[in-house]
Design a binder for this molecule. Sequence first.
Ligand code: FDA
Length: 319
Amino acid sequence: MLRAILIYLSKAKWARRLVTGWGFARRAAARFVAGDTLEEALGAIRRLNAIGLSATLDHLGENVTNAEEASRATDDYILLLDAIREPEFRANASLKLTQLGLGLDYEMALSNMRCIARQAASFGTFVRIDMEDSPTVDRALHIYRALHEEGFTNIGLVIQSYLYRSREDTAKLVAEGTRLRLVKGAYKELADVAYPRKADVDRCLDDLARMAIDAALDHGAEPATSDGRVPPLTAIGSHDEKRIAYARKYAQMVGLPKSALEFQMLYGIRPDLQRRLAEEGYPVRVYVPFGTEWYPYTVRRLAERPANVWFFLSNLFRR
Ligand code: FDA
């Protein structure tokens, strides 16, 4: 119930206007968001890299309302890619297609994504297309495939295990050699498209992990690149220790080396687990969001864990 309310609030314009005016809310968001500026985000990447973790940088923003905003977001990503091409950074980028105009015009989003993919390819880096709510999934897959067919092999996708369709999508995508990040899913979905029960979402994530691990073996168990930019074919985006243990155990059983199985987690969540996995020899990548559009991202993080709401409110009393 609380999850549903929070996910509703993450999209409500009136709530965004209200909450972003509260100083304490911005302070609380700092747990999940690396800062307002690219400079602050680069500082966070340096700190992560120093302890053996790679990063994926997200310039926060989604559901733009006009072509100028989409074009500005595209330019911002090109600047971001330029900043992280310095060899000191072990990082790539993640983005949302509705930030590039997918909600307005498919061709606009495709063209903006092509500019970003081209720039990333010229820098030898990788861009992950985050997955948003279910009405956008088909168009995200089309954009990925269109660019892949044009020769952009430096892009990858996210698959959400709460969607019924994901086993079928994953089977096709792994056969095409797609670099996937497997997650549970963070949006409000109806029972006609997504599993309402957590146990089913968890089971599906394990199934997808098995499929992706088998495919990674078939494709030669390619490791994450040593510069920390390009991830292996299989990445698990989760903080759930049971899901992580399942993927590790299955990979070990079928002989996929640790270097070909990446674990990804969100900035500010389970830093202990991030370090532990890296110390054990797995590639670990932290998703680092930054920017002034922190509201919807932060409220989705609250929805994932009701205890975070109390953490959020406790900032009201901090100075
Ligand atoms: P689960 O929610 O079961 O949590 C397991 C444990 O992790 C909890 O018990 C708690 O200890 C910890 N935890 C999880 N969330 C927490 C939080 N917010 N605060 C504090 N502790 C928390 N979703 C999507 O729809 N599209 C996408 O593109 C992405 N991209 C993405 C990238 C990466 C790197 C990650 C890690 C996640 C995403 N997600 C996402 C979000 C994902 O779908 C999911 O909502 C969250 O990861 C939470 O699910 P868990 O798998 O962590 O399990």
